[in-house]
Design a protein around this ligand. Structure first.
Ligand SMILES: Cc1cc2nc3c(=O)[nH]c(=O)nc-3n(C[C@H](O)[C@H](O)[C@H](O)COP(=O)(O)O)c2cc1C
Length: 242
């Protein structure tokens, strides 16, 4: 079902929305459930996916960075298939990935910079093709190349890192990302969206990949709840004490 959120580009976020709990029941299938977006929700001020890696703030550096990978399976808000609706949130006609939406709310709450991890070779948006390719990458322990690098990475000491659950793990491009940057002495705050599996084992994996980083407690949200999760995300960020 088509998901619709109303965007109000206001200065503050409304905190009155009901928080939802995340759906952590183990399930290693990408096909379950439906992610229905309805009702009027206060959305974060957003930049378009094309603009966000070019924001001047990126070049100037800052203390907090929100990095994410997200794979919305369509850019068309109309007549979505179930799979397309599952992977997207629609805000004022703009289609965002579930993890991308989380990243925007976090960024709006922290005031930090934001960087989208994009593959050098774009992923297919056809669901079955994407699912098969992701499985193949995982089987081959692939390291898909990332299109752009983060400027002044050393300037950031708190880094939110977001990704969808793919086949019970991070997408392999997240391994490329963690291997490309030195997180020693930095604080990593993971977040993800999923179709039932929550974080799976990814928190332990990140700590293994970045043994000299401090990991704070992350937030995982089911794609079924993402449309109503703004207040939960804001509360979580505010409770981190960063
Ligand atoms: C290739 C692929 C594999 C997936 N595997 C899982 C999985 O193992 N467990 C799960 O809970 N969800 C799985 N999902 C569902 C996604 O985690 C979920 O739809 C997520 O919210 C998508 O986030 P995005 O829109 O930011 O890409 C998978 C989705 C895709 C496309």
């Amino acid at each position: 079902m088509k998901k619709i959120l109303t965007l109000f580009l206001s200065l503050t976020l409304l905190l009155g929305l009901a928080a939802c709990t995340s759906d952590d029941k183990p399930q290693n299938t990408p096909q379950n459930g439906g992610n229905v977006q309805t009702g009027a929700a206060q959305a974060p001020e957003i930049t378009t996916p094309d603009q966000e890696n070019e924001r001047p703030e990126m070049a100037e550096g800052g203390k907090t960075l929100v990095v994410y990978f997200s794979m919305p399976e369509t850019t068309n808000p109309n007549n979505m298939t179930t799979e397309e609706a599952n992977s997207t949130v629609v805000i004022d006609g703009e289609v965002l990935g579930n993890t991308q939406y989380m990243a925007y709310v976090i960024r709006q709450t922290t005031g930090g910079d934001i960087f989208r991890i994009e593959p050098e070779v774009p992923y297919p948006t056809d669901h079955r093709t994407l699912v098969d390719l992701a499985a193949e990458e995982q089987e081959n322990n692939a390291r898909p190349a990332i299109a752009a690098q983060i400027a002044n990475f050393a300037d950031y000491d708190t880094i939110f890192v977001g990704y969808p659950n793919w086949w019970g793990d991070m997408p392999m491009i997240m391994y490329t990302f963690f291997e490309a940057y030195d997180f020693s002495g930095k604080t990593i705050i993971p977040f993800n969206t999923h179709g039932g599996s929550g974080f799976s084992n990814t928190i332990a994996t990140i700590q293994q990949l970045e043994p000299d980083a401090t990991l704070l407690e992350g937030l995982t949200i089911s794609r079924n709840d993402i449309q109503d999760a703004e207040a939960e995300i804001v509360d979580w960020v505010n409770d981190l004490g960063i």
